[in-house]
Design a protein around this ligand. Structure first.
Ligand code: ATP
Ligand code: ZN
Length: 289
Protein backbone atom coordinates (compact mmCIF):
# COMPACT_ATOMS: atom_id res chain seq x y z
CA UNK A 1 0.00 0.00 0.00
CA UNK A 2 1.44 3.37 -0.91
CA UNK A 3 -0.06 6.62 -2.08
CA UNK A 4 0.47 10.35 -1.81
CA UNK A 5 -0.74 10.51 1.75
CA UNK A 6 1.28 7.57 3.12
CA UNK A 7 2.57 8.23 6.59
CA UNK A 8 6.34 8.39 6.31
CA UNK A 9 8.55 7.01 9.08
CA UNK A 10 12.32 7.48 9.22
CA UNK A 11 14.37 4.64 10.65
CA UNK A 12 18.10 3.94 10.83
CA UNK A 13 19.54 2.02 7.91
CA UNK A 14 21.95 -0.77 8.84
CA UNK A 15 22.86 0.30 12.37
CA UNK A 16 22.46 -0.69 15.97
CA UNK A 17 18.82 0.41 16.12
CA UNK A 18 17.65 -1.01 12.78
CA UNK A 19 16.83 -4.58 13.72
CA UNK A 20 14.93 -3.75 16.92
CA UNK A 21 13.01 -0.95 15.18
CA UNK A 22 11.97 -3.22 12.32
CA UNK A 23 10.91 -6.00 14.66
CA UNK A 24 8.89 -3.50 16.72
CA UNK A 25 7.08 -2.47 13.52
CA UNK A 26 6.52 -6.09 12.54
CA UNK A 27 5.28 -6.92 16.03
CA UNK A 28 2.49 -4.37 15.67
CA UNK A 29 1.38 -6.05 12.47
CA UNK A 30 3.14 -4.04 9.77
CA UNK A 31 4.52 -6.10 6.91
CA UNK A 32 7.40 -4.99 4.72
CA UNK A 33 9.30 -6.88 2.12
CA UNK A 34 12.64 -6.26 0.46
CA UNK A 35 13.92 -3.59 2.75
CA UNK A 36 17.49 -4.63 2.02
CA UNK A 37 19.21 -2.18 -0.33
CA UNK A 38 16.21 0.14 -0.51
CA UNK A 39 15.75 3.65 0.81
CA UNK A 40 11.98 3.99 0.58
CA UNK A 41 10.11 0.87 1.60
CA UNK A 42 6.32 0.60 1.30
CA UNK A 43 4.27 -1.31 3.84
CA UNK A 44 2.09 -4.11 2.47
CA UNK A 45 -0.83 -3.76 4.86
CA UNK A 46 -0.77 -0.24 6.39
CA UNK A 47 -0.65 3.16 4.76
CA UNK A 48 2.95 3.72 5.79
CA UNK A 49 6.31 3.89 4.10
CA UNK A 50 9.73 3.69 5.70
CA UNK A 51 12.65 5.94 4.86
CA UNK A 52 15.90 4.16 5.69
CA UNK A 53 18.67 6.69 6.35
CA UNK A 54 21.67 7.44 8.60
CA UNK A 55 20.53 8.07 12.15
CA UNK A 56 22.17 11.53 12.20
CA UNK A 57 19.77 12.69 9.46
CA UNK A 58 16.58 11.49 11.15
CA UNK A 59 15.85 14.46 13.49
CA UNK A 60 16.18 17.02 10.65
CA UNK A 61 14.02 14.97 8.26
CA UNK A 62 11.33 14.83 10.94
CA UNK A 63 11.76 18.49 11.85
CA UNK A 64 11.30 19.50 8.21
CA UNK A 65 8.21 17.32 7.83
CA UNK A 66 9.78 15.07 5.18
CA UNK A 67 8.85 12.27 7.56
CA UNK A 68 6.05 12.60 10.12
CA UNK A 69 7.67 10.14 12.53
CA UNK A 70 11.19 8.93 13.26
CA UNK A 71 12.80 6.21 15.35
CA UNK A 72 16.16 7.41 16.65
CA UNK A 73 18.45 7.48 19.68
CA UNK A 74 17.60 10.29 22.09
CA UNK A 75 21.31 11.21 22.06
CA UNK A 76 21.06 11.98 18.33
CA UNK A 77 17.88 14.05 18.69
CA UNK A 78 19.32 16.01 21.61
CA UNK A 79 22.59 16.74 19.80
CA UNK A 80 20.77 17.87 16.66
CA UNK A 81 18.68 20.45 18.53
CA UNK A 82 15.92 19.65 16.03
CA UNK A 83 12.49 21.10 16.71
CA UNK A 84 10.49 17.85 17.09
CA UNK A 85 8.15 16.28 19.65
CA UNK A 86 9.23 13.28 21.73
CA UNK A 87 6.35 10.76 21.67
CA UNK A 88 7.61 7.56 23.29
CA UNK A 89 10.73 6.08 24.84
CA UNK A 90 11.17 2.62 23.33
CA UNK A 91 13.11 0.66 25.95
CA UNK A 92 15.99 -0.39 23.69
CA UNK A 93 19.24 1.19 22.46
CA UNK A 94 20.05 2.16 26.03
CA UNK A 95 23.31 4.01 26.45
CA UNK A 96 24.75 7.21 27.90
CA UNK A 97 26.91 10.05 26.70
CA UNK A 98 29.78 10.11 29.18
CA UNK A 99 33.01 11.97 29.76
CA UNK A 100 35.99 9.63 30.14
CA UNK A 101 39.65 10.24 30.84
CA UNK A 102 42.80 8.07 30.79
CA UNK A 103 42.98 5.86 33.87
CA UNK A 104 46.44 7.05 34.87
CA UNK A 105 45.79 10.77 34.37
CA UNK A 106 45.20 13.18 37.28
CA UNK A 107 41.67 13.84 35.98
CA UNK A 108 39.30 12.54 38.64
CA UNK A 109 36.36 14.91 38.38
CA UNK A 110 34.93 17.09 35.66
CA UNK A 111 36.41 20.20 37.30
CA UNK A 112 39.89 18.84 36.51
CA UNK A 113 39.00 19.26 32.84
CA UNK A 114 38.77 23.07 32.93
CA UNK A 115 40.81 24.40 30.01
CA UNK A 116 41.28 20.94 28.44
CA UNK A 117 40.62 19.43 25.02
CA UNK A 118 37.74 16.96 24.70
CA UNK A 119 37.32 14.72 21.66
CA UNK A 120 33.70 13.95 20.80
CA UNK A 121 31.07 13.40 18.11
CA UNK A 122 28.67 15.31 20.37
CA UNK A 123 30.11 18.85 20.52
CA UNK A 124 26.78 20.58 21.20
CA UNK A 125 25.82 18.49 24.25
CA UNK A 126 29.39 18.39 25.53
CA UNK A 127 29.96 22.15 25.35
CA UNK A 128 26.60 22.82 26.96
CA UNK A 129 27.36 20.42 29.82
CA UNK A 130 30.67 22.08 30.64
CA UNK A 131 29.38 25.62 30.16
CA UNK A 132 26.57 24.97 32.65
CA UNK A 133 29.23 24.25 35.24
CA UNK A 134 31.25 27.33 34.32
CA UNK A 135 34.07 25.26 32.82
CA UNK A 136 35.89 26.12 29.62
CA UNK A 137 36.87 23.36 27.23
CA UNK A 138 37.85 22.99 23.61
CA UNK A 139 35.91 20.33 21.71
CA UNK A 140 37.78 18.35 19.07
CA UNK A 141 35.16 16.95 16.71
CA UNK A 142 35.82 13.38 15.64
CA UNK A 143 33.23 11.17 13.97
CA UNK A 144 34.59 7.69 14.78
CA UNK A 145 37.03 5.91 17.12
CA UNK A 146 36.88 8.79 19.58
CA UNK A 147 38.33 6.60 22.34
CA UNK A 148 41.77 6.57 20.74
CA UNK A 149 42.14 10.40 20.87
CA UNK A 150 43.85 10.65 24.30
CA UNK A 151 46.43 7.98 23.34
CA UNK A 152 47.26 9.98 20.22
CA UNK A 153 47.41 13.15 22.34
CA UNK A 154 44.72 14.70 20.17
CA UNK A 155 42.70 15.35 23.33
CA UNK A 156 42.94 15.11 27.14
CA UNK A 157 39.61 13.34 27.54
CA UNK A 158 36.61 12.21 25.48
CA UNK A 159 32.83 12.47 25.56
CA UNK A 160 31.33 9.42 23.89
CA UNK A 161 28.45 6.97 23.86
CA UNK A 162 28.90 4.15 26.37
CA UNK A 163 26.70 1.16 27.03
CA UNK A 164 28.65 -1.50 28.91
CA UNK A 165 31.89 0.45 29.26
CA UNK A 166 33.90 -2.35 27.60
CA UNK A 167 35.35 -0.12 24.87
CA UNK A 168 36.49 2.45 27.43
CA UNK A 169 38.19 -0.20 29.52
CA UNK A 170 39.98 -1.69 26.52
CA UNK A 171 41.35 1.76 25.76
CA UNK A 172 42.47 2.49 29.32
CA UNK A 173 39.77 5.08 29.97
CA UNK A 174 37.53 5.57 33.01
CA UNK A 175 34.21 7.37 33.17
CA UNK A 176 34.26 10.71 34.92
CA UNK A 177 30.68 11.92 34.51
CA UNK A 178 27.47 11.24 32.57
CA UNK A 179 26.25 14.02 30.29
CA UNK A 180 23.05 12.37 29.05
CA UNK A 181 21.13 9.10 29.52
CA UNK A 182 19.66 7.81 26.29
CA UNK A 183 17.48 5.17 24.66
CA UNK A 184 15.73 4.84 21.32
CA UNK A 185 12.71 7.14 20.99
CA UNK A 186 9.84 7.86 18.64
CA UNK A 187 9.74 11.49 17.52
CA UNK A 188 7.07 13.39 15.60
CA UNK A 189 7.25 16.43 13.37
CA UNK A 190 5.96 19.79 14.60
CA UNK A 191 4.97 20.70 11.04
CA UNK A 192 1.21 20.64 10.35
CA UNK A 193 -0.05 17.08 9.76
CA UNK A 194 -3.19 16.51 7.61
CA UNK A 195 -6.15 14.94 9.44
CA UNK A 196 -5.95 11.60 7.62
CA UNK A 197 -2.30 11.14 8.58
CA UNK A 198 -3.01 12.20 12.13
CA UNK A 199 -5.57 9.46 12.34
CA UNK A 200 -2.99 6.96 11.08
CA UNK A 201 -0.55 8.16 13.74
CA UNK A 202 -3.15 7.69 16.48
CA UNK A 203 -3.85 4.12 15.33
CA UNK A 204 -0.13 3.47 15.07
CA UNK A 205 0.45 4.74 18.63
CA UNK A 206 -2.44 2.67 19.95
CA UNK A 207 -0.90 -0.48 18.46
CA UNK A 208 2.49 0.41 19.86
CA UNK A 209 1.03 1.05 23.30
CA UNK A 210 -0.75 -2.32 23.28
CA UNK A 211 2.45 -4.09 22.30
CA UNK A 212 4.60 -2.28 24.86
CA UNK A 213 2.09 -3.08 27.58
CA UNK A 214 2.00 -6.73 26.51
CA UNK A 215 5.78 -7.01 26.58
CA UNK A 216 5.81 -5.77 30.14
CA UNK A 217 3.28 -8.43 31.18
CA UNK A 218 2.86 -12.20 31.41
CA UNK A 219 -0.24 -14.33 31.73
CA UNK A 220 0.08 -16.60 34.76
CA UNK A 221 -1.98 -19.73 35.50
CA UNK A 222 -1.76 -22.07 38.47
CA UNK A 223 -3.74 -24.52 40.52
CA UNK A 224 -4.24 -24.17 44.26
CA UNK A 225 -6.33 -25.51 47.16
CA UNK A 226 -9.34 -23.24 47.57
CA UNK A 227 -8.34 -22.28 51.11
CA UNK A 228 -5.06 -20.86 49.70
CA UNK A 229 -6.76 -18.48 47.27
CA UNK A 230 -6.78 -15.48 49.55
CA UNK A 231 -3.08 -15.79 50.34
CA UNK A 232 -2.16 -16.37 46.67
CA UNK A 233 -4.18 -13.36 45.48
CA UNK A 234 -2.31 -11.28 48.03
CA UNK A 235 1.04 -12.45 46.66
CA UNK A 236 0.24 -11.96 42.96
CA UNK A 237 1.39 -8.47 41.88
CA UNK A 238 -1.66 -8.35 39.68
CA UNK A 239 -2.42 -5.81 36.97
CA UNK A 240 -6.08 -6.75 37.30
CA UNK A 241 -8.11 -8.83 39.73
CA UNK A 242 -7.21 -12.54 39.33
CA UNK A 243 -9.76 -14.95 37.84
CA UNK A 244 -10.56 -17.92 40.11
CA UNK A 245 -12.14 -20.96 38.43
CA UNK A 246 -13.40 -24.12 40.17
CA UNK A 247 -11.81 -27.38 39.06
CA UNK A 248 -13.43 -30.82 38.85
CA UNK A 249 -11.15 -32.11 41.57
CA UNK A 250 -12.41 -31.37 45.04
CA UNK A 251 -11.24 -28.23 46.73
CA UNK A 252 -8.89 -27.23 43.90
CA UNK A 253 -9.19 -24.03 41.90
CA UNK A 254 -7.35 -22.54 38.91
CA UNK A 255 -6.12 -18.98 39.32
CA UNK A 256 -5.41 -16.88 36.23
CA UNK A 257 -3.92 -13.41 36.23
CA UNK A 258 -1.66 -10.94 34.44
CA UNK A 259 1.55 -9.94 36.17
CA UNK A 260 4.42 -7.58 35.42
CA UNK A 261 7.15 -9.68 33.71
CA UNK A 262 9.88 -8.41 35.98
CA UNK A 263 8.12 -9.58 39.13
CA UNK A 264 7.51 -13.14 38.02
CA UNK A 265 10.68 -14.68 39.49
CA UNK A 266 10.28 -12.72 42.70
CA UNK A 267 6.86 -14.18 43.50
CA UNK A 268 7.43 -17.69 42.15
CA UNK A 269 8.82 -19.18 45.37
CA UNK A 270 6.21 -17.44 47.50
CA UNK A 271 3.39 -18.83 45.34
CA UNK A 272 4.74 -22.37 45.66
CA UNK A 273 5.11 -21.97 49.41
CA UNK A 274 1.49 -20.81 49.61
CA UNK A 275 0.34 -24.03 47.91
CA UNK A 276 0.26 -23.17 44.20
CA UNK A 277 1.16 -25.96 41.77
CA UNK A 278 1.37 -26.38 37.98
CA UNK A 279 2.37 -22.76 37.50
CA UNK A 280 2.36 -21.78 33.81
CA UNK A 281 3.57 -18.46 32.44
CA UNK A 282 2.58 -17.34 28.95
CA UNK A 283 3.71 -14.37 26.86
CA UNK A 284 0.96 -11.95 25.80
CA UNK A 285 0.88 -10.80 22.21
CA UNK A 286 -1.11 -7.62 22.64
CA UNK A 287 -2.85 -5.98 25.55
CA UNK A 288 -5.36 -3.17 25.47
CA UNK A 289 -6.02 -1.80 28.94
P1 ATP B 1 24.85 5.70 11.15
O1 ATP B 1 25.60 4.97 10.10
O2 ATP B 1 23.36 5.51 11.00
O3 ATP B 1 25.26 7.13 11.33
P2 ATP B 1 26.09 5.29 13.75
O4 ATP B 1 27.38 4.60 13.60
O5 ATP B 1 26.03 6.76 14.02
O6 ATP B 1 25.16 4.89 12.50
P3 ATP B 1 25.22 3.19 15.60
O7 ATP B 1 26.54 2.78 16.12
O8 ATP B 1 24.49 2.26 14.69
O9 ATP B 1 25.25 4.65 14.96
O10 ATP B 1 24.31 3.50 16.87
C1 ATP B 1 23.01 3.97 16.74
C2 ATP B 1 22.48 4.37 18.11
O11 ATP B 1 22.47 3.24 18.98
C3 ATP B 1 23.28 5.39 18.87
O12 ATP B 1 23.05 6.72 18.43
C4 ATP B 1 22.78 5.17 20.28
O13 ATP B 1 21.53 5.83 20.46
C5 ATP B 1 22.52 3.67 20.32
N1 ATP B 1 23.54 2.89 21.07
C6 ATP B 1 23.29 1.99 22.02
N2 ATP B 1 24.40 1.45 22.52
C7 ATP B 1 25.43 1.99 21.88
C8 ATP B 1 26.84 1.82 21.94
N3 ATP B 1 27.42 0.98 22.78
N4 ATP B 1 27.60 2.55 21.10
C9 ATP B 1 27.03 3.38 20.23
N5 ATP B 1 25.69 3.58 20.13
C10 ATP B 1 24.88 2.90 20.95
ZN1 ZN C 1 25.22 8.18 13.05
Amino acid sequence: MQNESSLRIAIQKGGRLSEKTLSLLENIGLEFDNYKNRILVPCRNYDVELLLIRDDDIPEYVQDGICELGFVGHNVTAESRADVTHLRALGFGKCRLAVAAPKNSPIKSIKDLDGSRIATSYPVLTREHFEKQGLHIKTIEISGAVEIAPTLDVADAIADIVSTGGTLKTNGLVEVETILESEAELIQTNQPIPADKQELIQKFLMRMGARQQAEKSRYIMMNAPSDAVEEICRIIPSLKSPTVLPLAENDLVAIHSVIPTQQFWEVMEELKAAGASGIVILPIENMIV
